[in-house]
Design a protein around this ligand. Structure first.
Ligand SMILES: [Zn+2]
Length: 93
């Protein structure tokens, strides 16, 4: 199945379009490349607003994940232990 992008007019496979549950065919009307270009242009034109939103979202994320650093450190240590054990089994380390 192919679909025509409303922005560039290109005929592309469906997976070249982002998902959009509101559309009948479940895909956006704009191809990914055009959506990405528009997104970059929006960011450029609204840099202050975008930065402020990112700042607010990051602060909210940190507030909602107080133990994030500890969780990451713990997971990393677990991975390293597993990796060392696997290497030792193969007689590498
Ligand atoms: Zn396009």
């Amino acid at each position: 199945m192919r679909k025509t992008c409303r922005t560039c007019g290109g005929s592309k496979p469906l997976n070249a379009f982002r998902h959009d549950a509101r559309r009948d065919d479940g895909r956006a009307t704009q191809c990914r490349a055009c959506a990405q270009a528009d997104g970059a242009a929006y960011r450029e034109a609204n840099l202050e607003r975008v930065r402020e939103r990112e700042r607010v979202n990051a602060a909210a994320y940190r507030a909602n994940h107080p133990n994030r650093r500890r969780m990451i450190a713990r997971e990393s240590a677990r991975r390293m232990r597993r990796k060392r054990a696997a290497l030792a089994r193969r007689g590498v380390a």
